[in-house]
Design a protein around this ligand. Structure first.
Ligand SMILES: Nc1ncnc2c1ncn2[C@@H]1O[C@H](COP(=O)(O)OP(=O)(O)OP(=O)(O)O)[C@@H](O)[C@H]1O
Ligand SMILES: [Mg+2]
Length: 488
């Protein structure tokens, strides 16, 4: 059964019960106030039956009474009575308990049975009698005929009966009840439909859209009730689902790109190695100098390949979080001094000036020495590769901050296009459109650096002025330094 149907049935139930309870409550109140079970009957009589006689009826009664007092035997004259009777006025003349004359012939026998008895003194002259389902209001006058027989005159007025009244009022009541019923149910239905059914139907359509793969829509609501909460949860689910689907697509694209890049980067040196080897085999390298040149090219290409495979291997291990780190407390000041002395040997012959600017005495960080060295080497190698000015300069700057140490390596090389900066840390990203290895490596250097710094809980970013300079800035969290004393 649908929720709509259930709601409809419950409204009908509630409405019927409410109306019944209202009626029962009304009856109970009446009963409590009057203390009488027949209170309704009395109320009915009072309201509908004990209506006074009309002026015409009263005057007919007075005429009859006058006659009964002055000339009672005239009441035995049917013609006289017929004259007095006006169209709808009910007159009864009774003699010795028998109805002598009645304008309501049909009920003659019943009138004899139900009309009140003769009274010497006329006290209870006005009352109501009930014949079958019909009530009659009457006025009575008792007297004696000239021959001493008991006589009574009645002027009767037919009042509405239960059945008549019900018949009169029933269609109206029923119509009112039906209208009330329809209005209440319609209103409830509208309210519930607007606040529950419609939103649920909308959510169902939204779920169908998601099922068919469409996630590009919004589910919004201003309400804060349960339906509103459901909407918000649904919207959150849609956003998460969309994000994860997009991520999935991105991963898939990355995977394809990675595979194509690896294939390309491996293929290039291998093709040239094959070329040179075949050249030797075909006797192209026919002099010792040529042979030497061929062999050294093969060696360089093979080393490039080895380097690339190493880089790939390291990157994939870092990416999969399978590379082991041996963290220790490192004095970064000391470490950078040693590192710069080491690279100085390589840089000086290339005419590159290395400046180191350190203010602090010592800064302790938790780091893996070899890995940080790798990061700095990768960055420096890039600087070396892209230095294009006559006066080549690389500056290493170390700064201590509240929670971390900031290391920046700046060169005055060709710089990076601002649009490319966000991508330089992506694997295989190289600015040059062609992927030849003449200008550099495989585009893994900064990707590896980023993985290592992230594994240290630090951050890494690049900053550049195109054509002027490039800085790679990374941070390392400060670590606790414990003084170690040697045993001797
Ligand atoms: N100091 C720099 N000056 C100018 N461009 C740079 C600099 N450092 C990085 N880049 C740009 O960022 C790209 C990515 O650098 P990354 O070190 O990751 O790769 P690569 O140097 O090309 O290859 P690999 O380091 O694997 O030998 C480079 O190809 C280059 O275009
Ligand atoms: Mg590099």
């Amino acid at each position: 059964m649908s929720i709509k149907m259930r709601f409809l049935l419950s409204y009908i139930g509630v409405t019927v019960v409410s109306i019944t309870l209202c009626l029962a409550a009304g009856f109970l109140i009446l009963f409590t106030v009057t203390g009488d079970v027949g209170a309704i009957d009395h109320l009915f009589k009072k309201t509908y039956i004990q209506k006074p006689l009309t002026a015409k009826e009263e005057s007919t009664f007075l005429d009859l009474k006058l006659l009964a007092k002055k000339d009672p035997n005239a009441l035995l004259n049917i013609n006289e009575l017929q004259k007095m009777k006006q169209e709808d006025i009910g007159i009864v003349v009774r003699r010795s308990g028998k109805v002598f004359y009645t304008s309501d012939e049909q009920n003659r026998a019943k009138l004899e049975r139900f009309l009140p008895k003769f009274e010497e003194i006329n006290i209870n002259t006005r009352d109501t009698i009930r014949i079958d389902d019909t009530f009659y209001t009457y006025v009575k006058f008792d007297f004696y005929f000239e021959d001493g027989e008991q006589g009574s005159i009645f002027v009767l007025r037919k009042a509405s009966s239960y059945a008549e009244l019900t018949r009169e009022l029933f269609p109206l009541l029923l119509l009112l009840l039906v209208i009330l019923f329809v209005v209440i149910i319609g209103l409830l239905n509208y309210l519930v439909s607007r606040s529950i059914i419609k939103p649920i139907t909308f959510l169902k359509h939204s779920a169908d859209r998601i099922k068919s793969g469409d996630l590009n829509f919004k589910v919004t609501t201003a309400s804060n009730d349960e339906v509103g909460q459901l909407y918000r949860a649904f919207e959150e689910m849609r956003i998460r689902l969309k994000e994860s689907t997009e991520l999935q697509i991105k991963y898939e694209e990355n995977r394809k790109e990675l595979l194509s890049n690896i294939s390309h980067d491996l293929k290039t040196p291998i093709t040239s190695i094959i070329g040179y080897v075949e050249g030797i085999r075909d006797g192209v390298a026919n002099s010792p100098e040529k042979m030497d040149k061929y062999l050294s090219t093969i060696s360089i290409k093979a080393r490039d390949l080895d380097k690339l495979i190493d880089g790939l291997f390291l990157f994939s291990k870092l990416d999969l979080k399978r590379e082991l780190f041996s963290f220790e407390t490192v004095d970064l000041v000391q470490f950078i001094k040693e590192f710069s002395e080491e690279v100085q040997f390589d840089l000086q012959p290339q005419g590159i000036k290395l400046d180191v600017s350190i203010i602090s005495q010592s800064i302790y960080v938790t780091a893996d020495r070899e890995k940080i060295k790798r990061v700095m080497m990768n960055v420096i190698q890039n600087s070396v590769k892209f230095l294009d000015k006559d006066e080549k300069k690389i500056t290493i700057h170390l700064e201590e901050r509240k929670d971390d140490a900031k290391i920046s390596i700046k060169d005055n090389g060709q710089g990076i296009d601002p649009e490319a900066i966000p991508y330089v840390f992506d694997r295989f990203y190289r600015l040059e459109p062609s992927r030849n290895t003449e200008t550099g490596g495989s585009g893994l250097g900064l990707a590896i650096a980023k993985q290592i710094i992230l594994a240290h809980g630090g951050t890494i970013e690049a900053d550049s002025l195109l054509g002027e300079e490039t800085s790679v800035i990374f941070t390392l969290k400060k670590g606790e330094h414990r003084e170690t004393h040697s045993a001797d």
